[in-house]
Write a protein that binds this ligand. Structure first.
Ligand SMILES: N[C@@H](CCOP(=O)(O)O)C(=O)O
Length: 462
């Protein structure tokens, strides 16, 4: 399998080089040169596989022979052996029409671990095999950072710098990142929003000389490895339900800010997974919901919400979706991205809106609704939702029709977001790993939200 850029100036890139490249060198995002197809028969054969076995099958469609099968199996075993649940991403039935896929059983209690445990091990493997220098640069609104750091802390040959918006992540998210004391980790707390952090790293990656000189590698969902790893749990959820005899229309409801998690579902669907509807849930930072419901992609005002990981205005992976929406026409994608830069918005024509609405439904959840859903599910179903999952459940409740079943992705453990849980007057007990964070010293450097300020710190660190 080879990879090419959504903007058309990069093509024929192998799997390992695609991982190392992260952001495509023409500023676009890498996508597979063709989407591998999974037949109904293959799906049937996959039904009895464990999570790790399934992940190996899915990855092997994208890796080809660049990584020998036995090495791939070991990478996968090592990555998912760190999860606290034997099913890795168990699916729990809450009601006949609602299942919750718990993606938070990894080391940092968020769905990011599913891809970043694997990517951390993959980077180590590539560094050992090819001698490539791995200097990771990432931006986080809270979850990616902790998970990426956990995936590579203390690993030889790897250094990692993560930017997070100062005081705009939850207390536990901040502690998970900043209490790590390995010398290969640097936390920069940026005065600004997540969008500033993401803009800065994208500018630095787009400066190809700087990127090559300092061997910058990506862990955000601009890296295609993130998307590929996240497709696996869509297959796994479907297969678990199919094994229980479910045959009807199956939706997935996905709380999303950067469009990475839901894009992984979209890719799984294009590979042949019978997904009826992808339900997109945002918080009050609703650029993606407005795109689906109004056909206009235009960043709005930043809103602080109870689900800070989704406090995002500019969704990184949106460009990958545009690529498919415009029939893989790279020239049109490049023009649209230029338009976004020049005019601050993209408006899609009627026929494209129809196509979007055939694939996605969307709901934006306001702060009060988020808290109300947490309280309702705690009282009525004895299930404590984190505020991001609550957005997914709110969207699923509003957009699941009578003859459908929806799997809502639970992206994080509620202990990471006690600020919201406490407002619902619910007292939760922290898992011991989280409780332990409160007594550890923190290490972080506060910087201005400018490219230059961050560049200076990187030059000293890498
Ligand atoms: N919600 C994310 C933001 C970064 O998204 P990514 O999927 O591109 O890593 C976070 O928690 O950091």
């Amino acid at each position: 399998m080879h990879y090419k850029s959504t903007r058309g100036q990069v093509a024929g890139v192998g799997f390992i080089d695609a991982i190392l490249m992260g952001l495509a060198d023409d500023g676009g995002l890498l996508v597979p040169e063709h989407i591998p197809q999974v037949s109904a028969e293959t799906l049937k054969n996959w039904q009895s596989l464990s999570y790790a076995e399934l992940a190996t099958e899915v990855f092997s469609l994208f890796v080809n022979d660049e990584i020998p099968r036995s090495d791939l199996e070991k990478l996968v075993q090592d990555s998912y052996g760190t999860f606290r649940h034997p099913d890795v991403t168990p699916v729990r039935k809450v009601r006949d029409d609602l299942h919750i896929m718990e993606l938070f059983h990894g080391p940092t209690f968020a769905f990011k671990d599913v891809a970043l445990q694997f990517l951390g091990n993959l980077y180590s493997y590539v560094s050992r095999k090819t001698g490539s220098v791995i200097h990771i640069l990432g931006a986080t609104s809270g979850d990616t950072g902790a998970s990426a750091i956990e995936g590579v802390r203390g690993k030889e040959g790897i250094r990692i710098c993560i930017l997070h918006p100062h005081q705009k992540v939850s207390k536990v998210q901040e502690l998970q990142m900043t209490t790590v004391d390995n010398e290969n980790v640097l936390n920069l707390a940026v005065n600004g929003t997540f969008d500033d952090c993401q803009r800065i790293i994208k500018e630095l990656f787009a400066d190809v000389d700087f990127k090559h000189q300092y061997h910058l590698r990506a862990i955000n969902s601009i890296n295609i490895a993130r998307i590929l790893a996240q497709t696996v749990y869509y297959f796994y959820a479907y297969l678990q339900l199919a094994q229980q005899g479910m045959t009807g229309k199956l939706n997935f409801s996905v709380p999303t800010g950067n469009f990475g998690d839901i894009f992984a579902g979209y890719l799984a669907q294009r590979m042949g997974l019978p997904i009826h509807k992808l339900i997109l849930a945002t918080n009050e930072n609703n650029i993606l919901e407005r795109f689906v419901n109004e056909g206009v992609y235009q960043p709005g005002e930043f809103r602080g919400t109870y689900s800070p990981s989704m406090d995002i205005q500019v969704a990184s992976n949106f460009e990958r979706y545009l690529f498919y929406l415009y029939g893989e026409n790279t020239a049109e994608v490049a023009t649209l991205m230029e338009l976004l830069k020049a005019e601050g918005k993209i408006v899609i024509p009627e026929d494209k809106r129809t196509a979007v609405n055939a694939e996605f439904a969307a709901h934006a959840v306001e702060n009060d609704e988020c808290l109300a859903v947490i309280s309702k599910y705690y009282d009525e179903y004895d299930y404590l939702l984190d505020p991001h999952t609550a957005c997914g459940v709110a969207a699923s409740d509003g957009l699941t029709s009578a003859d459908e079943v929806t799997v809502t992705l639970s992206t994080a453990h509620p202990a990471k977001f006690n600020e919201a849980i406490a407002l619902c007057e619910i007292k939760q007990t922290y898992p011991e790993q989280i409780e332990a964070l409160f007594s550890k010293p923190q290490h972080q450097t506060i910087v201005d939200g400018t490219n230059e300020a961050v560049r200076d710190k990187l030059v000293q660190f890498f």
